[in-house]
Structures are given as structure tokens and as C-alpha cells.
Design a protein around this ligand. Sequence first.
Ligand SMILES: NC(=O)c1ccc[n+]([C@@H]2O[C@H](COP(=O)([O-])OP(=O)(O)OC[C@H]3O[C@@H](n4cnc5c(N)ncnc54)[C@H](OP(=O)(O)O)[C@@H]3O)[C@@H](O)[C@H]2O)c1
Length: 232
Amino acid sequence: MRAIILALTFLLTAIPAMAETIAVIGTGNVGAALGPRLAAEGHEITYGSLKPQQQAVLDLVSRTGKNASAKSPADAAGRANIIILAVPGKLAEQIVLGLGDLDGKIIIDPTNAPLNPDPAFKLPPNTSIAELIQQAAPGSRVVKAFNTLPAQHMADPSSASGPVSIPLASDNDEAKAVVAELAGSIGLEPIDVGPLEHALWVEGMANLLIRNMFSSRQTFGFYLRPAPSAAK
Ligand SMILES: NC(=O)c1ccc[n+]([C@@H]2O[C@H](COP(=O)([O-])OP(=O)(O)OC[C@H]3O[C@@H](n4cnc5c(N)ncnc54)[C@H](OP(=O)(O)O)[C@@H]3O)[C@@H](O)[C@H]2O)c1
């Protein structure tokens, strides 16, 4: 009996990172960058699209490869453990409300607010889009991630000419660890930046990057160098 338990323990520790079922809602720049990268790591990707039969979406599915498919956003979310919300930030809350039962699922939120004021969208003071999403799906586990880098660096981290940080903000450590594993597996450097209320500042990082790009035409990438532990 002891030998069987030992063998099982060995097998479980020897299994590589688990293949996840991932719904990528939105087939624009971010969806089309992350979907194929994650599929290449063995994850099953279902795109959630308003037009799943559109040629551009079918092309993306075929580029994503084995086991990939496209369905309606709610159908894609329904069959996934992890949902990437690659949609306009101003629509994120409304879209989440249409995705059905999200209890227990991990929602990865790469969204940013529109750069220019939009009369139809105003965030409550001191609130992030990520927190709105968490309120809209209280049983889910929201992780703010992938909003501080251009889509081209998601598709090909080597195009950044240096390491790229992925700040992770979430109230759920287990979900944060899963997203850290996904980010690391595609060549990016996850870094824990605290609870979900810090998503406000993570969204501010993207704002800084984009505003600077428009004002000075200078671009840069975020790399947060971990400091030596204070406990050492
Ligand atoms: N572009 C970047 O480099 C970048 C980098 C970091 C973060 N972000 C943020 O990531 C998010 C996505 O950016 P993006 O550049 O990928 O945007 P995008 O190219 O405009 O794509 C957004 C996608 O959202 C889907 N969508 C639109 N309305 C929808 C609705 N009502 N319900 C469901 N899906 C809807 C559409 O996909 P379907 O037509 O297939 O439904 C659309 O292609 C944004 O919040 C952006 O601020 C962007």
C-alpha cells in the first residue's frame, strides 16, 4: 500500500503544469496575441466572439491550432476554468454580466479604461475596472494582469528587448499563482503586487505608458525588479 501511495505521489509531482481550459473573450489584439501563445503551451483555447463564424475569427482559430474553437462569449466562458477578458474596458462589467455562472472561475482582466473621456463610461472614484468585474461576478476570482504591455510583447516577449513584468493584483492567492504560471510559461515575468484594490494603480501604469507614448512618442516597457526580501 505504501509503495502505491509513493508511486502516486511521484506521478503527481512529475506531471507538468496542468493543461487548462481557457476562454479568451474577444478576438482583437490581446485575444489574438494570448490565445495562440497559451495554446502552444498545451492549453485548450475557446474564443468567445460576437461573430464566431467571421472569417477573421476562423483564421485565428486555425492559427491557434489543435483543440481551439470559437463560440459565443457565454458558451466559451461556460466550458472554461479560466476566462481572459480581452475586451474594451468600458464594456467589461456589462460583458461579464452576460457570461453566466462564473462561480469559482478565474477571470484574468487585461483591460484598460478608454484614454479619452467617454460620457457613457465613468468609473466610480478610486475604483478599478478589475474591482467592477469582481463585483459583477462575486463568486469568481479576478486577477488583474497583462494590461501593462503592448499586445505585440504578449505575442513575442523577445520583441521587448528585455524582461517584461506582469503585475498581478488579486484577492485570491491560488488564482494569482495559476496566472503567474501562465505568464511565466509564455516568457513574461509575473510579479505579485498585492490585493485587487491595487488594480487601480496597475491600471494607472498602463495609462502612464499610453499617455506618454502619445505625448512624447517615446515608448518604454515595465520591468519591476524584485527587491531583496526585507526578512533576509
Ligand atoms: N492592444 C493592446 O496592445 C493592449 C495591451 C494591453 C491591454 N489592452 C486592453 O485589453 C483590452 C482589449 O484590447 P484590444 O486591443 O484587444 O481591443 P480590440 O482589438 O478592440 O478587441 C476587443 C475585442 O472585444 C470583443 N468585443 C467587443 N465588444 C464586445 C461585446 N459587447 N461583447 C463581447 N465581446 C466584445 C471583440 O471581439 P469579437 O469581435 O470577436 O467579439 C473585439 O475584437 C482593452 O481593454 C485594452 O485596453 C490592450
